[in-house]
Design a protein around this ligand. Structure first.
Ligand code: SF4
Ligand code: SF4
Length: 120
């Protein structure tokens, strides 16, 4: 059982994909970066939020996401950076350094970061 948190781009989340339906579908159907959970029958989405905004407030935002889950007796194992974040990085001026974020998350939270979600 994996517990997933999805983090989207504050500037385009819920606009690139209204109501985040694309990530939710890809997670349900185990497509895109969710294919890695093909054999997981108990995949859980425990958080779906934005990155905290530019120029890079993602670590405080992730800390808050972890804290609120803790208050609810929940937690996440893996953080997926949404396809919207990847698009913001590749086609916009997103300042996030994915490798650095993954290392910080590993060191500070002991959790994994996956870059990407759906590929619709
Ligand atoms: S990529 Fe995912 S998190 Fe980003 S806007 Fe689309 S559905 Fe939402
Ligand atoms: S461009 Fe990057 S840092 Fe800015 S809101 Fe989007 S994902 Fe977050």
């Amino acid at each position: 059982m994996a517990r997933v948190a999805i983090v989207g781009c504050k500037r385009i989340q819920d606009q690139l994909c209204i109501a985040c339906a694309k990530c939710l579908k890809a997670m349900r159907t185990r497509e895109g970066e969710f294919a890695r959970y093909r054999d997981d029958d108990d995949l859980q989405l425990v958080a779906l939020g934005d990155c905290g905004d530019c120029p890079g407030l993602i670590m405080p935002k992730l800390t808050l996401m972890k804290e609120i889950n803790g208050m609810l007796d929940s937690d996440f194992d893996i953080i997926h950076l949404g396809t919207c974040v990847v698009k913001a990085k590749n086609t916009g001026k997103c300042p996030l350094d994915f490798d650095k974020i993954a290392a910080l998350v590993k060191d500070n939270m002991g959790k994994e970061v996956v870059v990407g979600t759906h590929n619709y």
